[in-house]
Design a protein around this ligand. Structure first.
Ligand SMILES: Nc1ncnc2c1ncn2[C@@H]1O[C@H](COP(=O)(O)OP(=O)(O)OP(=O)(O)O)[C@@H](O)[C@H]1O
Ligand SMILES: [Mg+2]
Length: 498
């Protein structure tokens, strides 16, 4: 029987599932016996790292503790730690290595792991995640978009097999995604997806901290300052959780100057403070329907994933925007369970038990390109324009070739650019340039030399761009990872994990 893992590597929490003997996904509890592990690491020395709950508890005052590093995947950020530089990729690799060794101690070597990523993740972040999984020592790794994984988990647990169009609303600790999928039984096809890369429960916590600080000031006339009164990020998160089930909370704060200060926070005040954030998610839902050319009345159901869906005003927003009651089943674990199912789908059938094989055979799956990708070229009037090669919503895998021509005689340099955009945009100033590499061309040729440009987008959601000068046959391949952002610098294998 194959050992197959689904790993929801979240901004705030990491959840791991495996496929059991019967082919059903089940959550693997962590080294502390918990289903949900904080995505937290703390370096005690250059070569010893604490992972999970303990690291999160240390994070408030430890200098070398890291939370929410998923938000910086693929961005070039790095941190100094005991004389070395540590990237979000390194941190993810360490967390994943801890997960792997724990799972292997219980169930033997992992044959295949599926790591989940936000549908809206950039290519650099996707590449960095895949590399982190490799460094963590997983032999075979695939990735799946989080809302798609959640859709698979929801598809499995229904009384009536799914049949029709569904929306998956995935609001986590750090990211928000909404996907439209067509599902029939365990066959899931992604139709369109929208998201906000930096929008999650963490932003709600920050609003709540500001609200508590304002109340403290109104009460005492003094600013809420560390040193006088401690109200940590963890306290804000805890208060937020309690406001999901209660209308008001009276908080006893302890101030060195003022003694005990009571502030009351109501759910209504909290919901007013986060209204702008919730509206962003709501707008993305309207956008996904609009861009897919679909009407909300066509939806057969709405599924909720991610812990932030527990906030009552978030659920109210979902009802408002989709006009129906959503299903809220295991919002924390749906992504990991769905990833484990996808692992069974991707595994070599020869390695599966007969029951696993039957389950895996029921699953079929189709994902799409999450952005528009193009290159910059000159139009007929010599004006620079963005020319789209792969469109958002195209079924994966996709490879497309277009031919462009050099503009000058004796042109020695070709600037090869890869652009990304959320809408089909021709204006070069309105798109993100995700790669720019110069290619040297031979001297002495006339203008109009053909350059073949191929963009290939694979099932892991990673794109490679190839620019080929047909005259010389010489290719220039651009791998979409930001220099420095992807690579990581730490020798993860040399770090001991506690
Ligand atoms: N009862 C609750 N009320 C309000 N928020 C909650 C509740 N339970 C969990 N959350 C919030 O849900 C978020 C965590 O959700 P989840 O574990 O789905 O996110 P994640 O997977 O870590 O992040 P992401 O998917 O964005 O990378 C946290 O911000 C947490 O505070
Ligand atoms: Mg998540």
């Amino acid at each position: 029987m194959a050992h197959l893992l689904g790993i929801d590597l979240g901004t705030t929490t990491t959840i791991v599932a495996r496929v059991d003997e019967s082919g059903a996904p089940e959550i693997i509890r962590d080294w502390e016996g918990e289903a949900i592990t904080p995505s937290a690491l703390c370096f005690e020395t250059a070569t010893h790292v604490v992972v999970g709950r303990e690291a999160r508890a240390m994070a408030e005052d430890a200098e070398h503790a890291f939370l929410e590093f998923k938000r910086d995947m693929g961005t070039g950020v790095s941190h100094p730690v005991f004389g070395q530089r540590v990237t979000p990729l390194d941190l993810s690799a360490l967390l994943l290595r801890k997960v792997r060794t724990h799972a292997e101690a219980a169930h033997g070597p992992v044959d295949l792991a599926v790591i989940t990523i936000p549908a809206n993740f950039t290519n650099a972040a996707r590449e960095a995640t895949l590399e982190a999984a490799r460094r963590a020592g997983f032999a075979q790794v695939h990735m799946i978009n989080e809302p798609t994984a959640a859709a698979l988990a929801y598809a499995r647990g229904q009384k009536q097999p799914l049949d029709g169009l569904y929306a998956v609303f995935d609001f986590g600790g750090g990211t928000f995604d909404v996907s439209l999928v067509r599902a029939k039984g365990m066959s899931v096809q992604v139709v369109f997806t929208e998201g906000v890369q930096r929008l999650g429960g963490k932003d709600f916590d920050a609003k709540l901290s500001a609200l508590v600080a304002a109340k403290f000031q109104a009460e005492t006339g003094d600013e809420l300052r560390a040193g006088d009164c401690e109200f940590s990020k963890a306290d804000a998160e805890d208060l937020k959780h309690r406001l999901s089930s209660r209308q008001a909370i009276r908080l006893p704060l302890r101030s060195a100057k003022h003694g005990r200060v009571h502030v009351e926070v109501t759910r209504a005040e909290f919901e007013a403070a986060i209204a702008g954030l919730v509206a962003q998610a709501e707008m993305a839902c309207e956008g996904v329907l609009l861009r897919a050319g679909l009407d909300r009345r066509e939806l057969a159901g709405v599924f909720l994933a991610g812990g932030t869906c527990r906030v009552p005003s978030v659920q109210a927003a979902v009802r408002r925007v989709f006009g129906q009651e959503p299903q809220l089943r295991d919002p924390d674990t749906a992504v990991a369970l769905g990833a484990a199912l996808y692992a069974a789908h991707k595994a070599d059938p020869a390695k599966l038990s007969p029951a696993q094989r039957r389950r895996a055979a029921e699953i079929s799956f189709q994902d799409i390109a999450p952005h528009y990708y193009g290159t910059l070229s000159l139009d007929d009037d010599g004006v620079l324009e963005n020319s789209i090669i792969i469109s958002k919503g195209e079924k994966l895998p996709v490879a497309r070739t277009r031919t462009y021509y050099t503009v000058e005689a004796d042109q020695r340099v070709l600037t090869c650019e890869v652009t990304q955009s959320a809408i089909p945009e021709n204006d070069p100033l309105m798109v993100l340039r995700i790669a720019e590499v110069e290619m040297a061309l031979p001297a002495g040729r006339p203008a109009d030399q053909a350059i073949e440009v191929t963009f290939a987008y694979d099932l892991n959601g990673i794109m490679r761009a190839e620019f080929r000068d047909l005259g010389t046959g010489q290719p220039l391949v651009i791998e979409l990872r930001d220099e420095g952002a992807g690579r990581g610098s730490l020798n993860v294998a040399k770090v001991t994990l506690g």
